[in-house]
Design a protein around this ligand. Sequence first.
Ligand SMILES: [Zn+2]
Length: 218
Amino acid sequence: MQFLDLHTHQEGKEDGVRRILSLSLTRGMQFALPEDQELSLGLHPWFATIEHLEEDYSRLAEAVKETRVKLIGECGLDRLKGESLENQLIILRKQLKLANELHKPVILHCVRCFEELMALQKEMKVSVPLIIHGFNKDEELGRKLLEKGFYLSFGKAIMHANSGPADLLKHIDMFFLETDAADCSIQEIYQAAANLKNTTVEEMKALIFANWKKIMLI
Ligand SMILES: [Zn+2]
């Protein structure tokens, strides 16, 4: 069984690993999509601008039709970087609408905007799974997000025992694992998760694939 890496910016293949490569199709980025790789495509809040939104969005809307594009994103909200929050919300709304139309799950970037994200989910009645990637906050916020119907993906933050994400992961079974831009391997992340849950890496792989199957809409 393979390691599913739900969100990575590392291009290329590795034996035994199924990677979903995340690319931002915002102006100035590389638009040539690597062959034979499963992808998630979005307008990343660090790079997306209102000024080029029409142009970026039409590029995105065309590219995401491919079946190997498994997720829309990463997209999201970031209080510390990028456009004003108001503009980020406009950019995110368009992508959530697109995801809804295409029935593809969304991978979300969220920095200090969890309330806004929950409000938006409610307001838009998003019907596709919304996965918050790189969750590294406390257990309480994690539980609240799960209660609202969000999904969580964990990265290297779970390698710190007693951190919020590590504590939360011990008690839940519906989650994903990822490397993002991390300087550690997906194997190490699965091992850390297996340790926290007192199980084996093979069992972790089975669990994550079962979770993936549950939310994949196409
Ligand atoms: Zn990322």
